[in-house]
Design a protein around this ligand. Sequence first.
Ligand code: DMJ
Length: 674
Amino acid sequence: MYSGAAAAAAGSPRRDFISVTLGPEEAAGIGGYNNSKAWRRRSCWRKWKQLSRLQRSVILFLFAFLAVSGVISFTGMGETWKSITNKSLDDQRTEQEIPRLKLANPAVLPAPQKAGANHGDYPEFSLQKPPKQPHVRRGPSNLQIKAPRRDMRLKTQHDTMRAVEELVEADKVEKTEKSIISWRGAVIEPDQSTEPPSSKIMELEKPSSVETEDQKEPVPINERQLAVIEAFRHAWKGYKDFAWGHDELKPLSKSYSEWFGLGLTLIDALDTMWILGLKEEFEEARKWIANDLVFDKNVDVNLFESTIRILGGLLSTYHLSGDSLFLEKAKDIGNRLMPAFRTPSKIPYSDVNIGRGTAHPPRWTSDSTVAEVTSIQLEFRELSRLTGDEKFRKAVDEVMKHVHILSGKNDGLVPMFINTNSGQFTHLGVYTLGARADSYYEYLLKQWIQGGKKENELLEDYMRAIEGVKKHLLQRSEPKKLTFVGELAHGHFSAKMDHLVCFLPGTLALGAHNGLAADHMKLAETLIETCYQMYAQVETGLSPEIVHFNLHAQKGHKDVEIKPADRHNLLRPETVESLFYMYRFTGDKKYQDWGWEILQNFNRYTRVPTGGYTSINNVQNPSNPEPRDKMESFFLGETLKYMFLLFSDDIDLINLDKYVFNTEAHPLPIWVPA
Ligand code: DMJ
């Protein structure tokens, strides 16, 4: 036993030692020691007093040091958590209503976690089975691409395959970076009314992208869809590099063309990016919309084109993303287009100055095109539903009511022009399902579907028109006996068919799916075969703008004849659009295969290596298709979107009982779902 006293008595030169004094029981090594608080306090104090000054200083310093480090590390953890919490809140903000996410007292320390809970940064696991949260809005930020299924068959050309491989590689890299993309954003239930829209307007100010309880597992993206994604990215690269914020890319001259000066391609492509799951591209484009898209401009725009591409694109993107920015912009452009309806007849003018609020017909006439004034209804009706402002709907409904009772039709077929002063059809006697009349027929059916199949006048006009088509415009070609839709001019049949007419098989199939005559489906099947032949019988495998069918068999002649003025291809969507409907409703894989051929031919003859795709002047010359140096906005808005949907086996990827596509391929919700 050491004792300070003993050491001192021994005259030890070292004074810095620790003395321990044991009590009698401790010294005796027996139990039952006194462990009372008072005794312990006294004993500690005694021991403290027995320490040298140096010993006390060392101990005090150690305590101080531990205390300071404790405080520092505590604050650091708080910061780390705060940043984690904030990050996850930011992420969710893009997915959910901001007010729902505001936490009154944000957490400072991590909440207790259940053993085994995966709270790491692994969204692909947690998102495969999203938490069941009604009203959670989906966006690209919580989307994912699954690896393509190994068993998927892929009929490829070498170049496309390589591109797909590159894309798969790129996807792998993205995955490791945990950048999650997917089309799942589209697999959502539209929020639809079961009442007529007018009576529930205020409740309907919601996008359709509301997740439901019974959300299914995502269907994996297949190789053909990946090829579409690759094509889209290539087109987007050209647009981004050389035409960003402008209307159309000129991929060869690496510049752009301006039509309205409103970033047409960017807006037209928004919902395609959403559906394809292109998160980064979508976010970039959104930023441009938020910061740079201004409608207050002294510029004349075409009412129809800006309605279907801009208003339609903004509305559908609002529905898919739930982002109110797009609705605000839609309201803005919708209001600015309204002066077009200030005409003596209420049949709108073709052009509007969206900055000045004035409207006018084209310089050479006071006529408007029939297809144009009757194919803006889906968009304006939806805008009324969302805003509660009936003026949009009233204006376009009036046009339809007027046309419904107008004379000058031929068994439901309409002429191509209508006068904005008199409200009468002009240039009577010419009937076509092609340019200037096409989407009149399409929108009769689609408005009827949009409104819950209640507006009988629309259905009557549609059914009568299809009877008119059968009676006056259908013929069969030689040698293959392809059924085609020609034109009637003052009683004379012309075997001319625009590629634009190829929307018809899809529309007929959609009608049949919605309970209309079964023979509409039969007609759709024969017509889509014809549209496919308009590609297959041509040297490049791409359709010209217009074909003439042979009515008489001639040795060495195909069904399809092409005039020099008609042999261009503008990357139009109509055939692919109809292939999509046909595949959805029949499940016949040949439609996918035909679409795949077309995609490969677009890649072969219209793809520009430095980015983008171009219209071509000559589909009959594979060695020089004569690129036109223009990528139309509908290539991204429609053609590639319909391709992607065609290759999908997921009927919930824009479910056709819940959405109706406008004529620019922008899906809008059906008000009363089937
Ligand atoms: C698009 O703007 C629309 O599909 C319109 O209905 C017809 N023309 C182009 C595509 O070809």
